[in-house]
Design a protein around this ligand. Structure first.
Ligand code: ZN
Length: 72
């Protein structure tokens, strides 16, 4: 008795769960154009967001070390 109903209820719950998860993932999508990557400064080893780091020959450096060895 009621096994079919239970099955339908379970299926409905699963569908709602899947839809909810999908909706949450879509709502969570970050708006910034580039994903925030964290890079390590070659000079001092500090971790900084890629947007704040400066790309150099051997990798990235932080703002404090970007001028090192370069004529500005
Ligand atoms: Zn540094």
């Amino acid at each position: 008795m009621g096994l079919g109903r239970l099955l339908i209820l379970g299926l409905l719950g699963w569908v709602v769960f899947v839809l909810w998860r999908r909706w949450q993932r879509a709502a969570r999508r970050p708006s910034p154009p580039a994903t925030t990557r964290v890079v390590q400064c070659q000079a001092c080893g500090v971790y900084v967001p890629e947007s704040e780091a400066v790309a150099q020959a051997g990798g990235f450096v932080c703002q404090a070390h970007r001028a090192a060895g370069r004529g500005d």
